[in-house]
Design a binder for this molecule. Structure first.
Ligand code: M1P
Length: 268
């Protein structure tokens, strides 16, 4: 699988070396859970000749490899910075950085109470369909899905429409907040069928520490940190980084809009 990034100037030699552009994944670089288009890859490649680029997604690395990479292309070769799970796992120029553990932070006992309550809550829900994997245990967070992560694309769409009417996830998040008020957790609805659970503060702004650390590695200080995302509203999983004082936020309405805005801003 291709991993080399040699087709691009060194970070310190890019024409806009004080600039980095970060992207959300679903509905920003790709349609939800779909693969990236050649057109998007082309525009990202041209942008990368000018400045550093990275993505920051809620999903884990495996899913981002599926969506942004391919069987022959390692996603880490396409971006200078890859930030799965909000940057709780991180790669710089293909190399893994120190990762941060959800279970170490929360502890086994509290985690089991949370998992047991969630599974009990889901067991009482009446939904059009239930599938499997109701809790996905990740490195830096857990992901809870009332229908289950094994749902097919069609089942996802059906669930999402049902959820919009019946507020399944919103109500479940409210119940979790009520049950565990002192856990210090954030519950973030970022996709179609699930919500992410992580310690408060471990939202997408978490990745900015890796971006800021570049000045200690190559001396490059990112003074302009652009962020493109679609869920920038309060409660959306792009909100914190979109409104952070360190970033220049751009709200998009799907991948086509991302490409349109990139062309306008960077003259690509
Ligand atoms: O990237 C947004 C979200 O994508 C997935 O959500 P869903 O499966 O509900 O569509 C998940 O990977 C979630 O963690 C992530 O935040």
């Amino acid at each position: 699988m291709a991993t080399a990034a040699s087709a691009y100037p060194l970070l310190e030699a890019r024409p806009l070396k004080d600039t980095i552009v970060l992207f959300d994944v679903d509905e920003t670089l790709t349609k939800a859970r779909r693969t990236v288009t050649p057109e998007m890859l082309d525009i990202l490649s041209r942008l990368r000749q000018q400045c550093a680029i990275g993505y920051v997604g809620g999903s884990n690395f495996v899913k981002q490899q599926e969506q942004l990479g391919s069987a022959t292309v390692d996603v880490r070769s396409l971006f200078d910075f890859c930030f799965p799970e909000n940057g709780l796992t991180a790669f710089r120029l293909g190399e893994e950085l120190e990762s941060t553990s959800f279970i170490q932070w929360l502890g086994e006992e509290k985690y089991q109470a949370l998992a047991d309550f969630s599974l009990g809550y889901i067991s009482k829900l009446k939904l059009p369909k239930k599938r499997g994997t109701f809790i996905e245990f990740r490195n830096g967070m857990i992901n809870i899905s009332p229908i289950g992560r094994n749902a097919s694309v069609e089942e996802r769409d059906e669930y999402e429409a049902y959820d919009k009417i019946h507020n399944i996830r919103k109500d479940m998040v409210a119940a979790l907040k009520k049950e565990f008020p002192d856990y210090g957790l954030t519950f973030s609805i970022g996709g179609q069928i699930s919500f992410d659970v992580f310690p408060s503060g471990w939202d997408k702004t978490f990745c900015l520490r890796h971006v800021e650390a570049e000045k200690n590695i190559t001396g490059v200080e990112y003074k302009k940190i652009h962020f493109f995302g679609d869920k920038c509203f309060v409660g959306g999983n792009d909100h914190e980084i979109y409104t952070d004082s360190r970033t220049i936020g751009h709200e998009v309405d799907g991948p086509d809009d991302t490409m349109k805005q990139l062309k306008e801003i960077f003259g690509l």
